[in-house]
Design a protein. Structure first.
Length: 300
């Protein structure tokens, strides 16, 4: 594992176990899916030696922590650390001017699309605006901008698709479960708008961009959104992700001929993973199970 990744993971977790949250204990970095080659930040959790044995070891008659639990512990603790470090948001007196600045940032991204480092910097500025001055109007404007970038990335600049997919997810990172963060109707609409932008990104990448890294980032983001649907028992969110997968799969074909084979592979793998999550957490979701069988071509 690269040292830079280790440093980032430990920093974002405050060098503290995400399960027991006991300060000062010796910790390790755990690969949630058990694959040591998967060093994506979303797959790495900081755990102490005691909790690590409960994650990886056999517990006799006791129940070990499963992957879904560890992911929730990680997200919950990471969000807690973010909240404790968050800068106080000042009162916004010039909201209209700030909204216009978001439009300028989006135009700047499109204007310097060949400069990857500058594009990444500008997209990160959008996310910092969400953290520092975010509110319903500002956040929706940022998502609107990301939606436009999703459209353009599929047509002419597939390299920014990965960044857009990651930022769409980070815009909703704080929804870590109803026990800690409640969601009202405005929140649900906001999440669905983010998924709508992801759908555009997935469809255009499959049809035009054919970016392999983009396809992997898109399905990972889709799986994260689906978990939000599971945690909040929201069939609307789950259905939106299944619709996204369906349109992306269809876009891999042109007049019945497979044009983006890699995209089809990662999409089907992701759909099977989602089916397993439903079996474990929401077995009563029969309609969603039927939709998944249709997507995979499995007879009812």
């Amino acid at each position: 594992m690269p040292q830079s990744v280790v440093d980032d993971i430990l920093f974002h977790a405050d060098h503290t176990c995400c399960i027991c949250r006991t300060k000062g204990k010796d910790v390790q970095i755990h690969h949630i899916d058990g694959k040591h080659s998967n060093n994506k930040p979303s797959n790495l959790a900081v755990v102490c030696l005691d909790c690590h044995s409960r994650v990886t070891g056999r517990r006799g008659l006791g129940q070990s922590f499963n992957q879904g639990e560890v992911r929730r512990y990680k997200r919950s603790w990471d969000q807690h650390v973010r909240n404790t470090r968050r800068i106080h948001r000042p009162q916004i007196r010039y909201k209209k001017e700030l909204v216009s600045q978001i439009d300028l940032i989006i135009c700047g991204i499109l204007a310097c699309k060949r400069n990857s480092s500058r594009v990444e910097e500008l997209i990160n500025i959008l996310y910092e605006l969400h953290l520092w001055r975010g509110g319903p109007e500002i956040d929706e404007k940022i998502v609107e901008g990301l939606h436009h970038l999703a459209l353009m990335s599929g047509i002419s600049y597939p390299r920014i698709a990965v960044l857009v997919a990651e930022k769409l997810w980070e815009m909703c990172f704080h929804f870590i479960g109803p026990e800690e963060i409640e969601m009202d109707k405005t929140d649900y609409r906001y999440v669905l708008k983010c998924i709508d932008a992801l759908e555009t990104l997935a469809e255009f990448n499959a049809e035009f961009g054919h970016g392999k890294k983009a396809a992997e980032a898109i399905v990972e983001t889709a799986e994260n959104f689906f978990e939000i649907g599971l945690w909040y028992d929201s069939r609307a969110i789950a259905n939106a992700i299944l619709r996204t997968s369906k349109k992306a799969l269809e876009a891999c074909y042109e007049e019945g001929i497979l044009k983006f084979a890699f995209g089809r592979v990662v999409l089907r793998r992701s759909i099977r993973k989602v089916r397993k999550l439903i079996d474990e957490q929401r077995p009563e979701w029969n309609y969603q199970q039927r939709r998944i069988r249709d997507l995979l071509g499995v007879p009812n």
